[in-house]
Write a protein that binds this ligand. Structure first.
Ligand SMILES: N[C@@H](CCC(=O)N[C@@H](CS)C(=O)NCC(=O)O)C(=O)O
Length: 354
């Protein structure tokens, strides 16, 4: 099958043609031979075949392991819906979890986004994974997909997938409250914003902390705890109050017994908390039960733990997870603050995340 991809934002860029792999219509040739280079391979170039030296980021181990390897290989056949991802990336894991939750047929293509190959930048000018190629037009006669377009930004992608694959008989329950429950939907978006603008940036300030930073490890730990506690307190209070939906169940997820987009947005960093325990003195440092200060703090941290247990045990989260040691190796560059990733550089210079 051949399928055309146009970038809506970069109409002047070369048109890409999808076959079993992506190639430019005037194909990019390998640096070492005259053969056209499939995009997947371009992104896995190592120091020996790349003109630039490998960095802590470009030399990352190239493919998922463990459960994620199985999930990736069971979605390796050509399909019009393509996820370009990196096994190590929490933003990718958000989209991967959404695909797994809704059981959406797709093709997973592992790339290393730090190489910035022109074909990848043509899909996503920001040069970041996750990037999705989505089918946008089908031939009415044959029903075959004629055109696909790129989309990016993990939250946008998850919302897109939830809306585009919405038939409950095929894809299960929607990931955000629907119908006339605009308040609940807005409340979910508010806490998604809390995750993306508070918890996630603090995670990186925490793991990238080194003794020469203008803030101490205790300060960033306290800030991180504060953001987790706000989230857990919201879950505690919302489950004890009634809403337009009627009375809610107590837990374990943000919306009680319903796993939602809010949980998906934070799950990848919840899974990565063990890296802070591994690398940072004092670790995440959530105080043990009975030593949490006030009665309210005891309750809040209990609610956090309930959420954490349920989310990290969720099938879709486990399915998209490689072996722990692989993350330990990959996040060393964050722990030592040597990463040149956009997220790492933004954190280092106090800018907001890309
Ligand atoms: N805001 C983006 C962030 C994505 C992101 O930063 N992805 C990283 C990998 S975890 C990436 O592609 N980095 C490439 C780079 O830093 O050059 C999203 O939510 O999708």
């Amino acid at each position: 099958m051949s399928l055309t991809l146009r970038s809506p934002t970069l109409s002047k860029l070369p048109q890409l043609t999808f076959t079993s792999s992506i190639r430019r219509s005037s194909p990019l040739v390998s640096l070492t031979s005259n053969r056209p280079l499939p995009i997947q391979i371009q992104h896995q170039r190592t120091m020996s075949s790349s003109s630039k030296p490998a960095t802590v980021d470009t030399s990352l181990q190239g493919s998922p392991t463990g459960a994620a390897a199985l999930f990736a290989s069971s979605h390796s056949s050509p399909h019009p819906l393509k996820l370009y991802g990196g096994w190590f990336c929490p933003f990718v894991q958000r989209v991967w979890i959404t695909l797994a939750e809704k059981n959406i047929p797709h093709q997973y293509i592992e790339i290393n986004p730090y190489h910035k190959a022109p074909e990848f930048l043509a899909l996503n000018p920001r040069g970041l994974v996750p990037t999705l190629a989505v089918p946008t037009s089908t031939d009415p006669k044959t029903g075959k997909v004629k055109e696909a377009k790129p989309l990016y930004e993990s939250l946008v992608l998850c919302e897109y997938l939830d809306e585009a694959y919405s038939d409950p008989s095929q894809y299960g329950e929607r990931l955000l409250p629907q119908d006339d429950d605009a308040y609940e939907r807005a409340r979910c978006r508010l806490w998604i914003d809390h995750i993306s603008s508070r918890i996630v940036p603090a995670f990186y300030r925490f793991i990238q902390h080194t003794p020469d930073k203008p803030y101490t490890i205790e300060e960033i730990r306290a800030e991180f705890h504060g953001h987790l506690k706000s989230f857990a307190k919201e879950m505690m209070l919302s489950s004890s109050s009634s809403s337009s939906e009627g009375s809610k169940s107590a837990g374990p997820f943000f919306l009680g017994d319903k796993f939602s987009l809010v949980d998906i947005m934070l799950a990848p960093w919840a899974k990565r908390l063990f890296l802070i325990d591994h690398y940072k003195p004092g670790g995440v440092g959530i105080p043990p039960a009975g030593q949490r200060g006030s009665e309210e703090d005891e309750e809040i941290w209990k609610r956090w733990e309930e959420w954490y247990e349920a989310v990290t045990e969720r099938e879709s989260v486990k399915k998209t997870w490689s072996e722990d040691e692989q993350y330990v190796e990959a996040y060393k560059r964050y722990a030592e603050d040597t990463t040149q990733s956009e997220v790492g550089k933004a954190t280092r210079s106090g800018r907001s995340l890309p």
